[in-house]
Design a protein. Sequence first.
Length: 324
Amino acid sequence: MSTIIKMIPKTHATKRTTGIILTNDGIIRTRIEDPVGTATDKQFNFSANAEGTFREINNEPVVSVSSQKIGADARFIITVNEFYDPTLVGENIPQERFLWYDYKTKSDEAPSSTAAQTFPINAFWTSGGTPSSPTVAFPGSYTDQVIPTPSLYTSLASTENRRNYLKQKILDNINNPLFPIWISRPLLAPATTADHLLEHGQRQETLIYWLEMLTRSISIDINLATEQKFNFLSGECGLDGVEVITKANSLTGSQIYNGSSSRNGWRYQRLGSIGANTPWTYSPPTGPSWTPQRYDHTITNGIDLRTANAIGAGTLDWVPWLRS
């Protein structure tokens, strides 16, 4: 990882942003003087933020933080308000810019995630001296800022991001190199009777119908409209296909199908459960045998499959949609 500061100039009658120091990747300290000479020093720790996330912070002077991965380079980009004197004119007015390490500002000098670093680094300094040689140093005391970690639902921020996240969880089963072996049934004891052979076929069908049911579920906006439903589907999509084919009731596929060749007539069958209150914790199924339970639009907070034809009603229409 590397850390980049994005400076956003903002006029203020009395406030001045006079110092930013990088103490480690994703960890910065800031100084706001209001008025000049009266400093408030803070420390912000974003080092635990997952790659690909964006968070609005709005804790002065930090505005937001994103953790991005561009090719092989992973970077924290922390946006900071640069409060300055509104009486400044012309070239004295600060410009929006990026700062990193030894006070570089050119876009083609952005550091890679493997660039050598020695902390702390004074990335911005106007309290006296220069960033490389400040005459007014940060004191030993500062106030650590408590920035609550948002839920996954909140951090994903949009229905499309949430859908793409769940798509990948379903694809983790389908793209597993052992998936063809799962559905060839060697995980089950060899069939010795016609009844055993029938059950094996039903389990094979259950896995495929279960994956299609999940895919059609996440294609419908209403099923991603609340954190409770999202957390439920995230938990269900994260179940291991091996366990589904070996532990779920062999008739689960038939219960999903619900005697209807039209996907609009399918019925969601849940394997796990979801908490009734925040933080809406998903509880996966347990034990050697998983019994599905009806959880369709007729159930409070259930999953509605009636408009799933948005991704096509054909037997395999869901597969290209999932990979799109």
